[in-house]
Ligand binder design. Sequence first.
Ligand code: UD1
Length: 365
Amino acid sequence: MINKTIDIIAGARPNFMKIAPLIEAFKKYNFGNKGIDIRLVHTGQHYDKNMSDTFFEELGIPLPDINLQAGSGSQSEQTAKIMLGYEKLLLNKPSVLCIVVGDVTSTMACSIVAKKLHIKVAHIEGGIRSFDESMPEEINRKVTDAITDYFFTTSEVANNNLRKEGISDNRIYFVGNTMIDTLLKNQSRFKKPTLWNENNLENKKYIVMTLHRPANVDNATNLANIIEIVKRNVRPFPIVFPIHPRTRKVYESINENNENVILTDPLGYLEFNFLVKNAKVVITDSGGITEETTVMGVPCLTLRATTERPETCNIGTNELIGTDPNNLEEPLGKIFKDKWKKGEIPPLWDGKTAERIAAIIEKII
Ligand code: UD1
């Protein structure tokens, strides 16, 4: 029997929790015994232990078969390095399907390479749109979806975005959210980080903040302003701030008075989500975190003008605040008075998405 190879691409932190359940589902569907080999390709876009390795260890993801070691650089440098590395790999040993997840540089770079070599592309989390092209992720989404063959989607909104772009229904598979598969599976393993006792944290008496979007963190004055306003509005609650490497570089240039801010390196998956689950509120500019807070029923305020995940606001516990941190005051008031919406869980975010994908992929190939 000639084995067929399927590539799974992962490159940056938000990819790892999306691929973990896929690999498991492919195993459960016995792909190995059916002549389907899974090749896990890590592009190396994220490379720090706490941005990458920790997630493999905690989520039981097998070690990548290949690491393209793209590393840091401008978006174009990263794209170019990933494309060169992946092309070499495919020329040496082609695959029959390239599975990409999410919207990071690695997602776009690998889908272009595969497609040009006539390899089919499947995009997990296809179709979401912020309609804000100043975000690199929106460009990655649009480019990837322009050449994707099979779209696996998280919401009806995503399905409609794709239909409006002329994608026919027989290429759209509404399956739910693999990131939520990982969350539901690991909820019972969430782990108290050491900073909890060190800072005498108490349930629902602290907030979690994450910031890494260039618009919020690349300018020191902007970042200092956000931190100052958040501090003022949540006092006396402490702010746990796991700091992304991009943000740390700028943060270190601010003469920041650290009072009330618990600064920490990026945390592992189990510790970070322990903190989120027990937080009074999460303030973030991430997309994925708004999905996790929705499922855990934790109030979330997003410091962005747009979201590609509107269901986290319409159905879930998230609200878009815009880019002016002064807008935080009113919603924080509501949250502290326990008057925040309870939210519901979006359709098919039920922990079984990866299995649905495995069943479909088995048929496709
Ligand atoms: C990337 C994704 C973003 C995702 C985020 C989560 C793109 C376009 N953006 O943004 O969608 O939400 O990851 O983390 O793909 N760095 C390190 N160590 C690392 C990784 C990065 O120090 O392990 C540094 C880089 O040198 C760079 C900065 O962090 O200076 C940004 O990294 P990069 O991968 O370019 O983009 P992110 O901002 O992390």
